[in-house]
Design a protein around this ligand. Structure first.
Ligand code: ZN
Length: 325
């Protein structure tokens, strides 16, 4: 993983323009300082350079961090804190619409539905939302690595009860689980007017990618491993694509910012949204992702500014609940 320097003028420009974030995981967006103090309170010591500011994290260190985050974000107090801080961080970036995604899970002191309510409370009480500086909605994730169909149906059931939830995401370890096994949950979500977004083509698996496209999701994320047939199909379907540059480079799915496929999509006038994925893990921000795109993929500023503006078109509308009689 190599985090490259960014020119201040470029970063300042992207901080100044209104932006929309549509692919940001709650736990992965934890602040580094918060993670460090939680680990300390937990008595967990970390060996090596994982927190050194001069050190570019390796792929395995990124996965170590994912595990550590999961272990220490285990109480209502911690989840409230990281939600609050995530809202502050995106608002400070001049993000005007934020979709937070997270997998409902029970903690040592709450059920999975209470976990979702906790996050909703933090959103509704946040200064950025109350002062209308930022719109926020929630996308609930089905984890292909740890859920079965029953768990997935439960995620959809929770989502349908919450006005602030706008969609269902398919995420987790791409080497585990098959989309087809979870299809009934996504069909139910669609029936209930929830939008869908799928972590797509995170490994070379054309059959799995085709199954996902057959479902015609409302958005997809990543699309790093495509054969010609799938690329051609996508170019026709024009399903909005969430692009996470630093995440893709850090996890070595893409060799470098310079070689990232974002430029190809832009050349083809394909609908894309620039996103952060897990800013705490990848030490990035929404403005930085745009700045990386300008400085290293050489997409002109004018085009990137248009991408930022257009991104708002691809946000999921909040769920309209049926009226109670
Ligand atoms: Zn993701």
């Amino acid at each position: 993983m190599s985090i490259l320097p960014i020119k201040k003028e470029i970063l300042d420009y992207y901080k100044s323009i209104p932006k929309c974030e549509l692919h940001a995981h709650l736990n992965g967006s934890i602040r580094e300082n918060t993670l460090r103090s939680l680990l300390k309170a937990n008595g967990t010591t970390i060996s090596g350079h994982i927190f050194d500011s001069y050190h570019n994290r390796t792929l395995s260190e990124c996965f170590t961090l994912f595990d550590l985050i999961h272990k220490v974000t285990n109480s209502t107090e911690v989840i409230s804190k990281i939600t609050r801080e995530m809202l502050e961080d995106f608002s400070a970036e001049n993000c005007k619409h934020l979709e937070i995604r997270t997998t409902p899970r029970s903690l040592r002191d709450c059920t999975s539905e209470e976990y979702v309510d906790l996050i909703i409370d933090e959103i509704q009480n946040s200064h950025a939302v109350k002062s209308k500086q930022m719109n926020v909605s929630l996308v609930l994730s089905i984890n292909r690595g740890s859920h079965d169909l029953n768990d997935a149906l439960r995620v959809v059931e929770i989502a349908t009860k919450k006005r602030i939830v706008s969609g269902i995401d398919f995420s987790g370890n791409p080497f585990k689980g098959k989309f087809a096994d979870f299809l009934p949950a996504f069909q139910l979500a669609r029936k209930k007017n929830l939008k869908t977004t799928l972590h797509f083509a995170e490994k070379m698996d054309p059959q799995e990618s085709m199954k996902m496209l057959d479902f015609v999701p409302d958005r997809i994320g990543h699309a790093n491993y495509l054969n010609t047939e799938i690329r051609e199909r996508l170019l026709k379907m024009k399903i909005p694509l969430e692009i996470c540059l630093s995440s893709n480079v850090a996890t070595e799915s893409v060799k470098s910012y310079q070689l990232h496929h974002l430029s190809c999509w832009v050349k083809n006038d394909y609908p894309v949204v620039i996103c952060t994925d897990d800013l705490g893990i990848f030490r990035t921000s929404l403005s930085k992702e745009y700045a990386f795109a300008e400085q290293y993929t050489k997409i002109p500023r004018k085009l990137l500014t248009q991408i930022a503006k257009k991104s708002f078109q691809y946000k999921f509308p909040k769920l309209v609940l049926p009226k109670l009689h």
